[in-house]
Structure formats: C-alpha cells, structure tokens
Design a protein around this ligand. Structure first.
Ligand SMILES: [Zn+2]
Length: 334
C-alpha cells in the first residue's frame, strides 16, 4: 500500500460559516490532489459535519471524527482541588489546569453516550471515531495535584484510608503506584468501551497519542507544559496497542528540532516492535512548538517512510498548506 498521509483539520479556513460547503470542498480537493487520504476533523469547529462529509466524499478523502472526553458532555466533573492548591499550581507552573476527570464514571458514561450518538448518525459517512485528549491533564501537574472529586475521593478512601492523600503520602512510591494504576485503568476502561461501541457501528477507532510515552525527551517549559509522559496521564497507548484496542495510533511528534523528532521516532519503533500497521507518526507543520519548512516536512516524511511505518499525520494550526508543502506530500503519497 502507498504511504498514507492524513491531516488533522479544524475548518479554520472557512469564512462563510452559513454556507461552508464550497470552501470545505475546495480545501479538501486541494488536499486530495496533494495525496492526502484522510482528514481528522475536530468536531467543535466543523460547522456542519454533513457538509464536510459530502465534501470529503466528493474529494475521495476518508473522514475521522475527532472528539475528546468532555465533548458534548453536560457538566463534566472537572479535576477538583482546593483553591489554595490551584493557586500554588499557578505559581509553580504558570497555569491553572482543570480538565475533565478521567476517573469519574459519570464522565465516561456521558462521553460514551455522546460518541454513540455521533456513530449512529454518521456511520457510513465517517470512517473512524478519533479520540483526542484521551487522558487526564497534565503530567507535570498530576503527580503533585491529583484530582479530589467525589469519585476520586471514594477511590482514595478505599485504597489509602483517607479522602485525600497528603504531600507526605504522595512521596510514597506505593501510593503513587496506585494513583497511576487507577488513572490508567480508568482511561483504558473508556477506550475499551469505545472499542466495543465503534465495532457495533462498523467504525474504526483511532487516537492522538502523547509524543512522550514514558521517558522520551520532552519540553517542560511554558507554554508547552510538556508532551507527556503519557502514562502519568492515564494514556498508556502502548498497552492499548498491545491489547489491539485501536486501528490507528497517531503520536503527536511535532518537534521542530529534527534530532529530537528522530529520537522520538526511534522510541516509537522500540516501543512497538511489531504490528506497526496502526502506527502513524504525527508531524507538526505549525503548532505550539513552532513551524517547519517544506524541506523539513520532506525530511520527516522520509524518516517515517524509511522506518517502515504506514504513514504520517500532519498538524497545522492554520489548516492551510502552501503549494510547496503540497508538492512534498504528493511526492511521498505516490
Ligand atoms: Zn476525579
């Protein structure tokens, strides 16, 4: 099979929000001519998924619908902390992060219900459900600030005999082991349920994976706040791969420094020694980490192809690709 190149899309190029079809069709046609085989559309920004699916079908491009655990979920339970802890977090890391809690069974049930509504309505028009942010936020903050919502407190009472582990307990490896195990079990439960649901609707299941799985080189300075490690956030995508839970794993390897990009790519090859047909490396054309040139894209695509992976997934903040970039993609997609 030819080398496959996919894009993460957000419809940010659409100006006429009331009649988006023509602009979607133009964009997707341009991407199809550049050899792009699939688009992973971000559901909150798609404007009209009906129009988008029609435009993609016209262009001959497959659609993956990209959702995240709080998508279309009413009142998700967010990471809960006392205000003093939030203030301390902000002082230390320059950010106050309170994404939805991955341990909360109510969040899981609502997310699954929302995803199933999407699957039921669009099966046959979309090829896959794509899980974005299928984890807790954020590795750098989770070790010191585990969630204190009602569901988490119930788990802590069972395993730690207290509602909230204090700072001394958090230094105990056994306590950290259980916190991590709970976090990973909880998110894996969501992925397994998604796997069953998408199978029922004859859809594939794919995911955006953290670039840093475990001990890859990382960037820990704001405004990036780290690229993982995935396992601290409950996103053990290597275990999910081993269990066959996914049809596509797309790690977000957006490094603008080529040496870093390559070292992370080498980590993926070591971590997934076989059955790599689901492993596509991300490439950041432009992202929070910076931009690369068309030559830089060619170098990365060559490295991914030479590693024997089935393809790549491109991220680009603007969604627009110049003719120079398109010419590079076309060469690799032949
Ligand atoms: Zn919680």
């Amino acid at each position: 099979m030819a080398f496959q190149i996919k894009i993460w899309d957000h419809c940010r190029y659409v100006e006429d929000k009331l009649r988006p079809y023509d602009e979607m069709a133009r964009h997707l046609d341009t991407m199809a001519k550049a050899g792009i085989c699939a688009t992973i559309i971000y559901m909150p920004e798609v404007i009209s998924l009906d129009d988008y699916c029609r435009a993609a079908r016209q262009a001959g491009i497959a659609v993956e619908a990209r959702i995240f655990p709080a998508w279309n979920v009413d009142n998700p339970v967010m990471r809960t902390l006392p205000e003093a802890d939030f203030q301390e977090m902000e002082k230390r890391f320059g950010i106050r992060l309170a994404g939805s809690c991955g341990n909360h069974p109510g969040n899981r049930a609502k997310f699954l219900a929302a995803a199933e509504r999407l699957a039921a309505e669009y099966a046959g028009r979309i090829e896959a459900i794509h899980l974005d942010f299928i984890r807790n936020d954020n590795a750098l903050l989770l070790m010191d600030y585990p969630c204190q919502c009602d569901a988490c407190q119930a788990l802590y009472r069972r395993f730690f005999n207290c509602a909230v582990p204090d700072k001394a307990m958090l230094r105990d490896a056994a306590v950290q082991y259980k916190l991590l195990a709970i976090r990973n079990d909880s998110v894996k439960r969501t992925v397994r349920a998604m796997r069953d649901m998408t199978k029922r609707h004859h859809l594939k299941l794919t995911m955006a994976a953290r670039a840093n799985y475990l001990n890859s080189r990382d960037i820990a300075d704001p405004p990036v706040w780290g690229l993982g490690p995935a396992v601290l956030e409950g996103q053990d995508w290597v275990a999910w791969h081993d269990e066959g839970l996914l049809d596509g794993i797309y790690p977000m390897n957006y490094h603008t420094d080529f040496a870093l990009f390559q070292s992370i790519l080498a980590d993926y090859l070591r971590l997934i020694p076989e059955h790599r047909e689901t492993l596509f490396s991300g490439v950041g054309i432009s992202s929070s980490m910076g931009e690369i040139t068309p030559e830089g894209a060619a170098r990365r695509l060559a490295a991914i192809r030479d590693a024997g992976l089935p393809g790549a997934v491109l991220f680009n903040k603007t969604n627009r690709y110049s003719a120079e970039f398109c010419a590079v993609f076309r060469e690799f997609a032949k």
